[in-house]
Design a protein around this ligand. Sequence first.
Ligand code: NAG
Ligand code: NAG
Ligand code: NAG
Ligand code: NAG
Length: 523
Amino acid sequence: MKGSLLTTKALLLFLNCVMIIELMGHLMVIEVYGANSMATNHGSSGRLLHENQHHGSNSNNHLLKRKMQTIKDSIAARPSTLISPSPNLAPSTGHITGSRVYHVTSYGADPTGKTDSTEALLKAFSEASKSISNGFLIDGINNLGGVEIHLNGGIYLISRPLQFPTAYIGNILIHGGTLKASDNFATDRYLIELSVSSSSQSNQENTTSSPNQKLSTSTAAYNFEYITFRDLMLDCNYKGGGIAVANSLRIGIDNCYIVHFMSEGIRVDGGHETMIRSSYLGQHITAGSDPGEKNFTGTGISLAGNDNVVSDVIVFSADTGIILSGQANLLSGVHLYNKATGFGGTGIYLKLAGLTQTRIVNSYLDYTGIVAEDPVQLIIANNFFLGDAFISFKSVKGVANGVNIVDNIFSGSGNGIDIVQLNGPFGDVDEILVDRNSVKGMNVKATVAKVAVQGNGSSWTADFRKILLFPNLIKHVQYTLSTSGNAFPNYALRNVSENQVVIESNVPATTSVYVMVDQGFGS
Ligand SMILES: *[C@@H]1O[C@H](CO)[C@@H](O)[C@H](O)[C@H]1NC(C)=O
Ligand SMILES: *[C@@H]1O[C@H](CO)[C@@H](O)[C@H](O)[C@H]1NC(C)=O
Ligand SMILES: *[C@@H]1O[C@H](CO)[C@@H](O)[C@H](O)[C@H]1NC(C)=O
Ligand SMILES: *[C@@H]1O[C@H](CO)[C@@H](O)[C@H](O)[C@H]1NC(C)=O
């Protein structure tokens, strides 16, 4: 088993070498080069490969050879198609012939940010979108192969949203610079909009699209797929928002810095699988304790769609850090220190009453908390809540079901703040687990609790009113009684109400009573 694993590893390594050489176009030196690189450059793995080649089983060697032959055949069958120039790509000043990197400065964009570059940037977007495609991503989305719109490290002033003139395209990278909204930028728009724009379509001159790009007749279920925004700064200049993604699939927003938005830094409507990662968002550029914090408005990220991921993202200034109104989104490694709860701000707002289906993990809620409307299926785990930040259940129809709030750290300043709070009545509660949180300087709230009562009589009351989250709700009780005297008293559970448990014995006795209650399970 181990041997065959090693052989598989070695085979993969070898194939990697072959692939690299294939890409370099030096087919004639595959074996020599490959063997060298394996022997010298890959340390123990390389040595293992050699051992396997010499001593390994015949079937493995056959497999290796067959695989090599397959690769060589496939290379021979498509000579030099890897970087073929597009035959009917309209030559323009925007890029080197044959290259598919569209440099915006080549279209006259002003990288100093002094003059308006909207037209130049739209031209680059338009030309990039008209690159020859090859096949499809998901049905109906033309694969543009990784075409790049390169911002050349400049700052560009724009007065209108940047959009592609057509939809149904994908595999595009936009990167490497700053966009800034001009003073007359519309307050209800976004610097970049991934949506089908009717206005820009009618404004554009007729395109010379190739036969395989019958874009307008596409039956694709999504507008765009696999468009990546990377290493971009978006300065909304206190006008509109940063990036709006509508009905799209597999959009990546990566290492972006989005500031001065009034509406949202990023907004996603419909579609799914947008990934927002390693990015920073803030209305004001600040690093905490900002004198203007009470005045922060806007939302860092709004996800009105399903199956998206926000990971390793910081929202440092906004009224609300992240609003979710679609299910199955994952928030992980998010650090929110937008407007503090004390000033009316919210870290994460789950506007998903009745069907939440959200996971918030490994995140840092820094003086700003989480609000969940009627949470149903919600996990909040392994997070750090600092500065009296807490979780609030907001009642819409009073339903809370299938919620785990576990293994979080809560740290406060002794102001008597409960770590989880109910905002409004909850009458329909089941399967709620609030437990195992580490709490300092705040009031623990839980749905599972244990109490020990000592006494020297025949009645003992275990009072859970302080710790239990839901009022007057105990679904399950377990208890035991320990006595040190000679008596063996009969004892019974007499009363469970108002989050108190009463146990009585037939004779007075010096006793410890241990009681455990659960609000979460049973009905
Ligand atoms: C664009 O093409 C359509 C036909 O596809 C034509 O009716 C229209 O006049 C053209 N517009 C321009 C501005 O060339
Ligand atoms: C906050 O807003 C109020 C009213 O809009 C204004 O008077 C105040 O100066 C602002 N504070 C800061 C620090 O910007
Ligand atoms: C409990 O009561 C008994 C008599 O009823 C007495 O002997 C004992 O000292 C008491 N123990 C305590 C801890 O008060
Ligand atoms: C149980 O305790 C509550 C107060 O906690 C009281 O109102 C109620 O009458 C008690 N029920 C019984 C059966 O003693």
